[in-house]
Design a binder for this molecule. Sequence first.
Ligand code: CA2
Length: 149
Amino acid sequence: MPKPIYVLSGPNLNLLGVREPHIYGSETLEDVRVRCERRAAGLGFEVVFRQSNHEGELIDWVQEAREKASALVINPAGYGHTSVALLDALNTVSAPIIECHLSNPAAREPFRRHTYVSLAAKGLVSGFGPLSYELAVEAAAGLVRAATV
Ligand code: CA2
């Protein structure tokens, strides 16, 4: 079994399915976890799925992923637009990083058009709701497989 794919979610995403369903949909983060686990299992991977409202905790998990993850999927939420510290942590990870968003930030307010995380990511999946996470897991698995054959 390869090392797991880490799937990290940033601040306020614990409210998924509870608030603002017109933007983020009605599925909960638990539903997203199940989707990611199923998709990853079909590709021969396990998932470590975590959410935090705290920048430092996300950075601690990114540092953990340096050793323990075969790839990292991250929805940094608001911290993507603000956190140089999170980017610094991501830049220390040699495993592939996929940035993931439920909405399409490029089609929203101008301040969402820039994310620091994109500077460290191999690619970005956005705009497909919970499916964005699944597609990001699939992309991550594909990159890991391609690097090991
Ligand atoms: O579309 C995404 O996944 C975002 O990362 C979500 C962030 C936003 O700051 C990014 O620009 C795009 C916001 C997450 C807030 O999550 C909520 C979920 C349910 C209800 C309220 C907030």
